[in-house]
Design a protein around this ligand. Structure first.
Ligand code: C2E
Ligand code: MG
Ligand code: MG
Ligand code: MG
Length: 287
């Protein structure tokens, strides 16, 4: 009875689909309520210059302080917010909150993640303008992080959006570099100030022969193009020392500081780490 078992499979599949759709719908309603009730919070993670061991900026990473589920990570709700379009409202909130936090981190800038849908949305550029007017924030202290997935080959619209963002005075970073369909031509065509080397390359530094070669090349490339190179996901002192010696401009990762709410931010880098970084940076580089 192949037909019958096929039908049973379909019934089971349909039930599974319905359950998924129900779950997603519930999460969407929950997200809307969460936005309404102000349950979102920005955590800040430092970016550190190895040359001085100083914190130069913070990345804003959104968290959902859910009344029942506790602290929810963006991986669990950003995809749903993207699919439902709620990312637009959430993104506006994130941007305004980052502007508000600037006063609390004097001398530092804040980088803000922009989702692909948000980037393409007709309200994006007007909203950037509005938030500057409303908050009086200095756009030179804000950097917008976009991923390679935002960029499509020969995409004149992406070029003009990025040019406009740049023209408004914001910095622009290419996030998760090396994970998408990276093309070297992107780097010269778009006005990036910063390239963030994806965490996967950093975590492979000690275990693969290729990762150090690739990381050195990206750093070299960035230097040649006048872009700042930031390494993401730095967890060990060995990774940090390699990156410092290779000439990486800034380091970000649990070693230097975990993402934390403003009230719990550490004032600087752990002293033992700072001493080693500065020393390594000053030591002559191998040819
Ligand atoms: P991302 O922009 O690449 O952010 C870096 C992620 O790596 C963060 O995860 C951060 O907590 C984590 N991380 C930092 N250092 C380390 C480390 O040393 N080791 C490891 N294993 N992980 C580290 P998080 O906060 O869970 O955010 C995940 C992603 O969600 C972000 O990746 C970003 O794409 C997205 N996201 C976060 N906040 C926002 C937001 O406000 N708007 C949008 N559109 N996306 C956001
Ligand atoms: Mg990011
Ligand atoms: Mg990243
Ligand atoms: Mg990443």
């Amino acid at each position: 009875h192949a037909k019958e078992s096929g039908r049973n499979t379909y019934v089971v599949f349909q039930a599974g689909m319905n359950e998924l759709i129900e779950k997603r719908r519930a999460l969407e309603l929950d997200l809307a309520a969460g936005l309404e009730r102000g349950e979102f919070q920005l955590y800040l993670q430092p970016r550190v210059e190895p040359a001085t061991a100083a914190i130069t900026s913070y990345e804003a990473l959104v968290r959902w302080n859910h009344p029942k589920k506790g602290m929810v990570s963006p991986g669990d709700f950003i995809p749903v917010a993207e699919a439902s379009g709620q990312i637009i409202r959430l993104g506006e909130w994130v941007l305004a909150e980052a502007c508000r936090l600037l006063d609390s981190v004097p001398g530092c800038s804040i980088s803000v993640n922009v989702s692909p849908l948000q980037f393409r949305h007709a309200d994006f550029l007007p909203n950037l303008h509005d938030v500057l007017v409303r908050t009086g924030a200095n756009p030179a202290r804000l950097e917008l992080e976009i991923t390679e997935s935002v960029l499509i080959e020969n995409d004149q619209r992406a070029v003009s959006i990025l040019d406009e963002i740049k023209h408004m005075g914001f910095g622009i970073a290419l996030d998760d570099f090396g994970t998408g369909y990276s093309s070297l031509s992107y780097l010269s065509r778009y006005p990036f100030d910063t390239i963030k080397i994806d965490r996967s390359f950093v975590s492979n530094l000690a275990t693969t022969d290729n990762a150090p070669v690739i990381v050195r090349s990206i750093i070299e490339l960035g230097a040649g193009l006048g872009m700042k190179i930031v390494a993401e996901g730095v967890e060990t002192i060995e990774e940090a020392l390699f990156l410092a010696q290779a000439g990486c401009d800034e380091l970000q990762g649990y070693l230097l500081g975990r993402p934390k709410p403003l009230t719990e931010l550490q004032r600087g880098v752990d002293n033992a780490i700072a001493v080693q970084l500065v020393h390594m940076h000053r030591s002559p580089r191998p040819i």
